[in-house]
Every structure is written in structure tokens, then in C-alpha cells.
Design a protein around this ligand. Structure first.
Ligand code: PAF
Length: 287
């Protein structure tokens, strides 16, 4: 049965007991508003670990001053049901004061191109907030494996670098994007979309899949593939592009003119007031 834990002291005590029994821990960090994408992460954690902790915490430090912190959907009762149905053992839902106990802040910051491009350009403090809260969660939950979705592919690469640089003894597991039947990537922010915006947003997956098909058919010119996605999105009147870019993985360095190493092809686009992201990975080794 799912145990709801609100304090760091309680979580630490539970983790101490689980570790003493020699059991492995899977951690699924979330900001709640759980959907099928999260369900797939929890199911993977359940399959690969003895004990599964899901964190449910809307982390204030990763939101910019004009972003949707207050409006961010909070669906605690439904989150409990979903986490329990997927076999989670613990739902950790601390308050901001519990997670940020000092009046001053201590930050974890991953520097370099990896946090400056894509979402880092328009959300300059975002990845510092993510790295800091995930560090806290790693210390509290001491997971053997931590689960993140490919939809936030830049976040995954930032956290991989953090794990490497700070010697966290755990494995980052990246799970595929879960999509609606019509292709829209599942996101807690999809609830903001008006019906016409939701329809218009299909251009994201459609344009990325078209690029993926062109890549599979042999197109290797990066500018052609990026240009194709941009053109298709620009043709949608409701879409306002933040970025359409390709970057070389894993460090998100400048794209190669010819796609000879794995690249992330990523988009961020506004529909009304809702900013959505999506991506595909173009990997010449597997296609
Ligand atoms: O991906 C998210 O939901 C958040 O960025 C995370 C990893 C839970 C940190 O707050």
C-alpha cells in the first residue's frame, strides 16, 4: 500500500530501513499532475527495483518570475491513485519550507553549453533549480536508479552530467516519450490548452516525425532537417516558435553540418499562453 510521506526526516528513516535490508531503491522525481508518462516511469522503477519512491513536489526554484508556478496543476488525490496503481511504495510530497530549510539558498549548478542552449536560453534559472532539487532528492532517497522522461531530454542530459561530475552512485534511466493517440506528447501542461490550441499543437509531433522519416530515408543534412520542421511549424498560424534546433548529444554542443553522431532535434513552441516542448533523437548508429 502507498505510504504518503511529508517530511524529510520520515523519508530518511524509511530509506535507512530499506537500505539496511539490502533492497534497491528506484526514484521517480515528479512535480505531480501525474499522467501516463509518469505512469510509465513508475512502472519501469517498479520492474527494476525492490522499493519505489515517487516525489511529488512543485519545485519553486525552477520557475522564472513570469512563469506558471502558481497555475501549475496540483492534483494530489489523483496522483496518489496513479502512484499506487503503478505499485509505488512511497509518495514523497514535502512543502517548499521542508525542501528549502534555510533563509539563504545553496545551489547546484551545471555550467556550460548544456544549460545555456534550448530551454536554458529563455529559462536562465531553470536548470539550476532542477539540479538543486534533484540533488536534494538524491541525497534523501539514495536511489540506485532514477527515472526521467525523454520529453525533457535536455534535463536528462543536464542531470547525467551532474551525476557524473558529483559522483552520485546511481543510474539515470531515460524512458521514451509517451504520446496521446494523435501524437501529442503527454505533459502536465496540456490541460492549459484550449481545444483549438490542442489541435494546432499536433504540428509538433507531426513535424518531428516527418524529420525522423526523412532521416531514416537517408537525409543527413542538419539544416535541411531543422528547416523542414521549422517550416511546418511556421505554417501553423497558432504556433509561436521559441526554438527549433538540433544539438549534438550528449553535451548539446553545436550541431554537426552532417548528422554523423546522435543529435537531439528539439522544439519549444507557444500555443496561446502554453509553452510546449517535444523532441526526437536522430541517431545514425541505429537508423
Ligand atoms: O521533470 C520534472 O517534473 C521536474 O523538472 C523534476 C525533475 C521533478 C524536478 O523538479
Amino acid at each position: 500500500m502507498l505510504q504518503v510521506v511529508k517530511t524529510t526526516a520520515e523519508l530518511r528513516e524509511l530509506v535507512r530501513r530499506v537500505k539496511k535490508e539490502g533492497r534497491t531503491i528506484g526514484l521517480v522525481p515528479t512535480m505531480g499532475a501525474l499522467h501516463e508518462g509518469h505512469a510509465s516511469l513508475i512502472a519501469a522503477a517498479r520492474a527494476e527495483n525492490d522499493f519505489v519512491i515517487v516525489s511529488d513536489f512543485v519545485n519553486p526554484t525552477q520557475f522564472g518570475p513570469t512563469e506558471d508556478l502558481d497555475a501549475y496543476p496540483r492534483t494530489f488525490d489523483a496522483d496518489c491513485r496513479l502512484a499506487e496503481a503503478q505499485g509505488a511504495d512511497v509518495l514523497f510530497c514535502p512543502t517548499p519550507a521542508e525542501m528549502y530549510p534555510s533563509a539563504e539558498d545553496t545551489w547546484v549548478e551545471v555550467t556550460g553549453n548544456i544549460t545555456k542552449v534550448l530551454c536554458g536560453r529563455t529559462r536562465p534559472i531553470h536548470f539550476r533549480g532542477v539540479a538543486t532539487v534533484v540533488t536534494k532528492l538524491f541525497h534523501l532517497a539514495q536511489p540506485d536508479r532514477a527515472y526521467f522522461g525523454q520529453k525533457d531530454a535536455q534535463q536528462v542530459e543536464v542531470l547525467r552530467r551532474m551525476v557524473k561530475d558529483l559522483f552520485f552512485p546511481l543510474e539515470i534511466r531515460e524512458m521514451p516519450i509517451v504520446r496521446e493517440a494523435d501524437g501529442l506528447a503527454k505533459s502536465s501542461r496540456n490541460v492549459y490548452l484550449k481545444p483549438a490550441e490542442r489541435q494546432a499543437a499536433l504540428v509538433l509531433s507531426q513535424s518531428l516525425f516527418a524529420a525522423q522519416r526523412a532521416f531514416a530515408a537517408g537525409e543527413r543534412r542538419t539544416d535541411v532537417l531543422v528547416g523542414q520542421v521549422r517550416q511546418q511549424i511556421e505554417a501553423e498560424p497558432m504556433a509561436e516558435i521559441d526554438y527549433v534546433e538540433a544539438h549534438a548529444l550528449p553535451e548539446l554542443t553545436a550541431p554537426h553540418a552532417v548528422l554523423d553522431v546522435p543529435h537531439l532535434l528539439a522544439v519549444a513552441v507557444r500555443f496561446g499562453t502554453t509553452r510546449l516542448i517535444d523532441n526526437v533523437i536522430l541517431d545514425p548508429r541505429t537508423r
